[in-house]
Every structure is written in structure tokens, then in C-alpha cells.
Design a protein. Structure first.
Length: 234
């Protein structure tokens, strides 16, 4: 007699099935930087017809992963929660690298591995390098799967214009250690990671690349990363 054992209280199979489809996965990656995109844009990014995209989006909405909002003639779709991105990033760590289908896709992949947003915080080579530098300078200390901010770290963030106490008192996880799928090491996530990414973009050290999660390091950013973190970016 085979005994059926329930391993978890949450039923992960429906969510896993939604993510597992190639077209839906492409759509979720496209939405993973927090942008809202139209069905037409998502169809193009996923490489499917408009009718097929509508079917996939209906499933994602019904599954609670995506929400749709109508603005004028267009209906825009966005991720409901960053946990979807965290799940996909975790799967990407275990997955084999997908071979690029074109030179353009290979170049886009290179940009994403260098610097990108992981929902709303900084990831890729630059994100991991900054996190490592903050740990080396005793601004952050890794404690399990989270980061603690030291006393001198709070002062460092304050100089950058980030109120650590205000972020710590919020409802969101404060400073998570998020495993980077391309670097296979941790980068800073949570409320503090999101605020740091936002601040570096506001300072124009980083700039968003249109239509993608990839970020570009500006000329001012190259000098600032060398000065503040000891990171050389060519």
C-alpha cells in the first residue's frame, strides 16, 4: 500500500504549471521589473499571436499572478506580487542556461547578466559586486538569509539619502539575501535593496534600458562605483 504524504500546506502545483509554459514564462519575465505592459507588447515579447497571448494572460489573471487594468483603449497587465519573480529567479538558479536564438538575444542576455532589476532591486554582476562591497566595508552583515545593517552602515546609508529606520519599520521584509541566478551569489533585496536601487537610479549612476530589465552604468556611475565601492566597470 502506497502512503500519500502531503509535504506542504500550500498547493504549489497550479502556480508551477502557470510558470512552466514557455510563453507565460516570457510574459512574467517581461513584467518582472514592475512595469505594466499591454497584451500586444507581451505577445510580441513572448513570440505568440494576440489571440494566444490573451489566452495565456487570462490564465495568469485567474491564477492570481497577474492583474489587468484598462486605460483608454488598452488593457495593461502587471505582476501582483514580487514573490512571483523570486520564484522564477530561484528556478533560474537551478536551470541550465538557455542558448540564445539570435545575436540580438545573446546581447540582451549579456546586458541582463551585467546589471538588471530583480523586480525592484539591483541584480546581476553589479548588484552582487555592490552587495559584496557593502559586506567587506562592514556596512552590511549576512545573517542567515538576511542582511543586518551595522551602526556605521546606518550612517553610510543616511549619507546616501536612505533612512534605514523608516524602512525597517515598514511591513515589507527589510533586507533579504536574494540568490542571483546569473552570478550564483547573493544580492541585496527587500525594502532596503529596492530603496538602494531607486536611489542609484535617481543619482544617475544607473539608467534604465528602454523595454527591458537591464540597467546601464553611466559615466558618472563608473566613477561613483569606483569611489564608493571599489568596483571598476569598463
Amino acid at each position: 500500500m502506497t502512503e500519500h504524504v502531503t509535504l506542504a500546506a500550500a498547493d504549489v502545483v497550479p502556480v508551477a504549471a502557470l510558470i512552466a509554459d514557455a510563453a507565460r514564462s516570457s510574459m512574467l519575465w517581461a513584467l518582472s521589473d514592475g512595469r505594466a505592459l499591454t497584451a500586444g507588447e507581451l505577445a510580441r515579447l513572448a513570440g505568440v499571436s494576440a489571440a494566444t497571448a490573451s489566452e495565456h494572460l487570462a490564465k495568469l489573471v485567474a491564477g492570481g499572478l497577474v492583474a489587468g487594468e484598462r486605460h483608454g483603449r488598452h488593457r495593461y497587465y502587471r505582476l501582483i506580487a514580487p514573490e512571483v519573480v523570486a520564484a522564477m529567479e530561484a528556478l533560474a538558479v537551478a536551470a541550465r542556461p538557455a542558448p540564445p536564438r539570435s545575436a540580438g538575444e545573446a546581447y540582451s542576455g549579456k546586458l541582463l547578466r551585467f546589471a538588471r532589476t530583480c523586480y525592484d532591486h539591483l541584480a546581476g554582476y553589479v548588484g552582487v559586486a555592490i552587495t559584496d562591497a557593502l559586506v567587506e566595508r562592514d556596512v552590511l552583515r549576512l545573517e542567515g538569509r538576511a542582511y543586518a545593517v551595522t551602526a556605521q552602515g546606518a550612517a553610510w546609508f543616511a549619507e546616501l539619502g536612505i533612512d534605514v529606520d523608516a524602512l525597517r519599520s515598514g511591513r515589507r521584509a527589510f533586507a533579504r539575501a536574494c540568490l542571483d541566478w546569473s552570478e550564483r551569489r547573493y544580492h541585496l533585496a527587500g525594502a532596503l535593496g529596492a530603496r538602494l536601487c531607486e536611489r542609484l537610479i535617481a543619482l544617475e549612476w544607473l539608467a534604465r534600458q528602454p523595454g527591458t530589465r537591464a540597467l546601464r552604468v553611466t559615466n558618472a556611475g563608473r566613477r561613483a562605483l569606483q569611489r564608493s565601492f571599489g568596483i571598476r566597470v569598463l
